[in-house]
Structure formats: C-alpha cells, structure tokens
Design a protein around this ligand. Structure first.
Ligand SMILES: [Ca+2]
Ligand SMILES: [Ca+2]
Length: 471
C-alpha cells in the first residue's frame, strides 16, 4: 500500500513537472544564411548605398555583432566550421573541398541541425546552408531550387573567365529566382502547425555570383549615382609579395585592372548592391511570415553570411583574403527575452553553434571550439578574451580583436592594423615601435597546432600553392 501511494505521488510530481515545462515551450530556431554578403548592409555601413531594410529591422530587435568574422574566407570551410564547431586548422578543411563528411575530424560529429534533431526538434532546411548536400542534414529539405539561378545564353558583362562570374539584369521576374522560391518554402513552413519545436534554416544564394537580379532591384541603385569603394592606390606598397600572391594568383575572379579598363566597376558594384537588396527582400518575406505566425514571440533568429567580399578594395575582387573586406560578416542574434543591442567585441561564426545550444537550454558540448555569445547579448560591453581567428591555409592567420587586426603569413611576413584610426586597413603598423606590445599580444593568439590541408585543386588550393611555390 505504501509503495502504491509512493508511486502515485511520483506520478503526480512527474505530471506537475511536465505541466511546468509545457508552460514554457522550447524556443524554435530560424537560421538565415546569405551567401557572400560582406558588410554592405545598412546596419553595418560598409557601403553608403547599401539598402537592406529587412536585415536592419532584424538588427534592431536583436544583438547586432558589428565585429563578427568568418573562420575562413571561402564558402565550404566557413560553413563546415560553423556547422560542426571546429576551426579549419583543427579539421584540415581549409578550401572548397573536401566535403565535411570526408574529413576524419568532422565526419562523425553532429552538425548543428542534427544536434537539434537529437533533442526532439523538427529540422527543416531550404537553399544553401551547408556548402553542398544539405538534404543529408535536415529531416525536411526544400531543395536548392536551382542554386545560383538561371543564366542567359551568353554572359552579360564579363565575356571571359568562370561561367558564374558575371553580372547584370537577369532574369525578368523574381519568381524565377531560387531565393524567391526558398523564401516561399520557408514561409509555408512557418504557416504550418508543428507539434514539436522546430529548427528552420533558410539559405540564400545572392549576392554570390552571378550577380544577377531582376530590373526592379537595379532600379533601386541607379548606375549613374553609384559610389565606388574607396581605394588607396598605394595600399599594396606595405604588403609582402606573399600576401599579394596569396590573394591574387590563380583566382577565378576578374583582375581589378580588367574591371576598370572595361568600364565595368560601377556596373559590378551596382549589380552587387542590387543582389544584396534582392536577398534582403527575400529575408523580409521570411521575417514577415514569422511575424504573422504563432511562433513570433518564441523563435530565436540568427542571420549570418559565410564570409566577406572585395569589390575593388586592395585592388582585388571576391573572397579569399584575410583582410577586413574578406572576413567581416553580418551576424545578428535575436532571442526572446533579450534587449536589443550592438556589440563590438569580436564574434566568430563558430560561436553560433554553442550560442544556439545555450539559448535553447540544450546540453552544452565541451568539444565546441567557439564560445556562447549569450554573455555579450546580456552585456555587449562585457570583458571578452576571445579574438576572431580566420585562416586561409596552414600558416596564414588573421587575429581580430575589438580594435586591431593582426595577420601572419606562412612566409613570416606580417601586418597589423588599428581600426580606430584606419578602418580600411591601409597602413600596416607591423614595424611601428608604438604597436610592438599589441603586436605581441595578437601574435600569441595565433593557433600553434594545425592540420595538413585536405583535398585538392580548388581555387583556394591553387592560390595557396602558387604563393608557396616562391618560398
Ligand atoms: Ca560564400
Ligand atoms: Ca597598405
């Protein structure tokens, strides 16, 4: 009898605990990825004509990490790192291949959506979240809907070079754009009733090349009024030949000299701005669907881009650099119960995984190499001893702190920039006696253990080999 009464009491306690948990349902997660978006957003101010009203409104309701950086300035390693919580120098995935499942260090790890699935979440994805093969990682996957999108029979603006490297007005309608379809798919999922918490990831392909978008997005950025990025013609004079080779040789992006002489600089900048505004509009369609849903007040929203992009700065184009233009990314985290804010402490994309575990009250993972950003969401001025580390092949590292950037290359050449006086990183202070102490502090934060390069033959592998061939 006593035993039966005890069982009855235990049952009551269990029921009561479950009822309490049901009162505070676990938060949903909406993860929004934008491919190759640098700091040309309204909220980051990287270009005075950037027009991103939807990203800006998300920034106003969350924490804008205004000093956030990728772990690699290339899609595949950046995303493999973020989605597993391991740095490229830990995994050996430094460049466009191999896939994370081919890397011995990563292949058995739970990726971010899989970690949520393990905890009872419904995981859904659409578009580009991982570099490729997204459907492996989600319970429901809405497809890539044509990836980089439809292309005209003939290139519009750059007749030579890589098939994706082009820009201009194309196609005629928004409905033909894969990002439009992805936003519709995500909006439909947000319009459904789910009986478990969800993790929904939406990956947009623009502004990645080809920088094509319908006419209406170009109309928002008239070419005649386009402002070019500020370029200092003497900028490269204080760089090593290795730094120039690493970031220019064997690349598939156009030479800056060609872009200028062909009269295409304004057009390419316009096309990037138009592509960004289009992608932002697709972000808005998803945010509108969230706001119209019952999930509005119980969903964590994270928006990020996988790396930066040069449009002529340092007289070069595209990604694959360790400079601010190559590493700085938008990163916004909006979560129920947190005050909006702006944080200038260095944040890393690798921090997103542990941050989301923390915000969703899921078990922490000690093997994660990033840090939960929750302390900075509570207090953006909090002390923070974690610089942002970016690599581009073993031996090539950038260390970004609140004020400075330190770069160290495989050949031993180094750079040091003070962002409080030099936001464009024009003046290399590495030999400035006044900077010596700060240089030492940063140099000590360069990773000491690093894996060999995995994979072969991608643009990054080739640029790395070309720079190293002169050593
Ligand atoms: Ca990318
Ligand atoms: Ca310089």
């Amino acid at each position: 009898m006593v035993w039966r009464r005890l069982c009855g009491m235990l049952l009551l306690v269990t029921v009561a605990t479950e009822a309490a948990a049901a009162d505070a349902p676990p938060p949903n997660v909406l993860l929004i990825s934008i491919d190759d978006l640098n700091d040309w957003t309204g909220c980051l101010g990287g270009h005075p004509q950037a027009m991103t009203p939807n990203i800006d409104r998300l920034a106003k309701r969350g924490t804008l990490f205004a000093n956030a950086h990728c772990q690699s300035p290339v899609c595949n390693p950046s995303r493999a790192s973020m989605m597993t919580g391991r740095y490229p120098h830990t995994s050996g995935v430094y460049f466009l291949n191999p896939d994370l499942k081919q890397a011995p260090v990563l292949k058995d790890l739970k990726t971010l959506p899989e970690a949520f699935a393990d905890q009872g979440y419904l995981t859904m994805g659409v578009g580009k979240i991982f570099h490729t093969g997204d459907k492996r990682f989600f319970q429901q996957y809405g497809g890539n809907n044509g990836g980089f999108g439809p292309r005209p029979a003939q290139k519009l603006s750059q007749p030579h070079g890589h098939p994706l490297w082009d820009w201009g007005v194309y196609p005629a309608t928004n409905e033909e754009m894969p990002d439009w379809k992805a936003s519709a798919w995500a909006a439909a999922r947000l319009g459904e009733s789910h009986d478990q918490p969800f993790f929904l990831a939406v990956g947009f392909y623009r502004p990645h090349v080809p920088m094509y978008a319908p006419q209406e997005w170009f109309d928002r950025h008239p070419r005649a009024a386009i402002q070019l990025p500020v370029v200092n013609e003497k900028d490269r004079d204080d760089l090593s030949q290795y730094a120039i080779d690493l970031t220019n040789r064997e690349h598939v992006s156009p030479e800056h000299q060609w872009v200028q002489s062909a009269g295409q600089w304004e057009h390419a900048v316009q096309s990037y701005l138009a592509s960004v505004t289009f992608a932002d509009h697709c972000v808005g369609r998803v945010l509108d669907a969230l706001d119209a849903s019952p999930y509005k007040d119980n969903t964590i929203v994270v928006l990020f881009s996988d790396h930066g992009f040069h449009l002529g700065e340092k007289q070069r184009w595209a990604k694959r650099s360790l400079w601010e233009d190559g590493t700085r990314v938008p990163l916004i985290v909006s979560a129920p119960g947190f005050e909006p804010g702006e944080c200038h402490r260095p944040a890393e994309l690798i921090d997103v995984y542990p941050t989301l575990l923390d915000l969703a009250n899921l078990p922490t993972d000690d093997q994660q190499q990033g840090q939960s950003l929750v302390p900075l969401m509570k207090n953006p001025e909090a002390r923070w001893g974690h610089p942002a580390i970016t690599s581009f092949g073993p031996g090539n590292y950038s260390v970004r702190t609140t004020r400075y950037r330190y770069i160290e290359y495989l050949d031993g050449s180094r750079e040091f920039y003070d962002h409080s006086t030099d936001p464009h990183e024009w003046h290399n202070l590495i030999d400035d006696p006044g900077a010596a102490e700060a240089v030492t502090y940063h140099a000590q934060r360069v990773p000491q253990k690093q894996r060999e390069v995995l994979g072969q033959n991608s643009t990054g592998h080739k640029a790395y080999a070309a720079a190293n061939s002169k050593l």
